[in-house]
Ligand binder design. Structure first.
Ligand code: SF4
Length: 379
């Protein structure tokens, strides 16, 4: 994959394994798309105009399309299609079906999408099995209507009302199911607006998202009112360095977590995808050392953890092997157990003894080393 369009102060694949956590608060990694398209319908929306102005102010040309359909995204080969799509940003209006929100247990009560697609290159990416077509990043111009629509859902939802550990969060909305917010917000400002929207609400409610980026400068001083929980998706260094191309480094993500926590945001760790690679205890032990350092001395720290083991489906495996044919990521059905989902979908997860081992280790270590951290779920 072409990762050259993502720039940062440091190469995320640099060999910094084992080093002490250095905090680089301003070393944010920012994506510069090669091509930006905007549809006529998106240009009719005030937020579509804001995105275009923001992108042009960054010196990036915006192509104004004549029709609302995106065409010409495919290349001659699968690889070329992938490379083209991953370097393209399309400003569009969201599909009308997105106004009927879907529950998204166990992460949150409801899923709210402000974008679809992500410019990074994680070789296990969960979007591979969920989205169809070339992986273009689409950002939604009808943000104002998307946010207004949420009012109807206040006081509803199963996840937070049933869980005593989460009832104080109010109704929760997950805004990163199909995208990575901090990979895109410098181009759209959508998540900044969402933080302010939730901050202005006088109701028990929470906006949540998870990210592998660290570009938090614009969020630190926002009036968030503690109603946005930003979780950073983290992993042990061998996983993050081998398989998470185009993202911010682990140390940058943890420095960003610290900055937001010091600015009064509730924060979280999405430890995912957990993999029992050789020496996993030692590698995850090091990860928890880095988290301990990053959260040390934060007054009134509100920290959660969501623990997600690696899994794949037949579809995601096929798509990922098309995108990353030489990947070293283990996706061997013979090494896995089968888990059937609600709608008959079959996932390949780790066998029970491996899961039990991982789960017990994380539970024990988190309890001992990060006693303030609330574990929301394990899957
Ligand atoms: Fe996929 Fe998340 Fe990686 Fe983006 S950051 S490529 S959405 S796993």
């Amino acid at each position: 994959p072409d990762e050259t369009q993502v720039t940062s102060a440091r190469d995320p694949r640099a060999a910094d394994g084992g080093s002490a956590l250095e905090l680089h608060p301003h070393a944010a990694r920012r994506w510069t798309p090669k091509r930006v398209l905007v549809t006529p319908a998106a240009l009719d929306e005030p937020h579509g105009q804001r995105i275009v102005a923001r992108v042009e102010a960054l010196g990036i040309e915006v192509e104004r399309l004549r029709a609302n359909r995106l065409v010409g995204l495919r290349g001659e080969t699968e690889r070329e299609t992938y490379a083209r799509a991953k370097s393209t940003l399309a400003v569009v209006v969201s599909p009308p079906s997105r106004r009927r929100l879907q529950p998204i247990s166990p992460s949150a009560d409801w899923r709210v999408d402000l974008a679809e697609g992500c410019p990074a290159h994680c070789q296990y990416c969960y979007l591979a099995g969920s989205l169809s077509g070339p992986p273009v990043t689409r950002v939604y111009a009808d943000l104002d209507a998307i946010l207004d629509n949420l009012t109807a859902y206040l006081g509803t939802g199963q996840v937070t009302s049933r869980s005593t550990r989460r009832s104080q969060e109010g109704t929760t909305f997950e805004a990163s199911c199909y995208s990575d917010p901090l990979a895109l917000d410098h181009l759209t400002g959508s998540w900044q607006r969402a933080v302010e929207h939730f901050g202005a609400w006088d109701a028990p409610v929470q906006l949540r998202w998870t990210t592998k980026f660290a570009d938090v400068d614009r969020f630190v001083a926002l009036p968030h009112a503690g109603r946005t929980r930003v979780r950073f998706s983290v992993n042990c260094l061998p996983v993050t360095q081998r398989w998470e191309g185009g993202t911010s480094t682990l140390e940058q993500r943890l420095a960003a977590l610290r900055r937001l926590a010091l600015a009064g945001y509730p924060v979280g760790l999405t430890i995912a995808p957990i993999m029992p690679i050789d020496g996993w205890r030692e590698h995850y032990d090091h990860l928890l050392d880095l988290v301990e350092t990053a959260t040390a001395d934060v007054p009134d720290l509100d920290l959660t953890a969501e623990l997600i083991t690696h899994r794949f489906t037949a579809t995601s495996k096929e798509v990922l092997l098309g995108w990353y044919p030489r990947t070293t990521l283990e996706m061997d059905e013979a090494e896995r157990a089968v888990k059937r989902g609600k709608f008959g979908a079959t996932k390949h997860v780790y066998p029970k003894p491996v899961m039990d081992d991982l789960r017990q280790w994380f539970r024990r270590e988190l309890e001992q080393r990060l006693p303030a951290c609330r574990v929301l779920y394990w899957t």
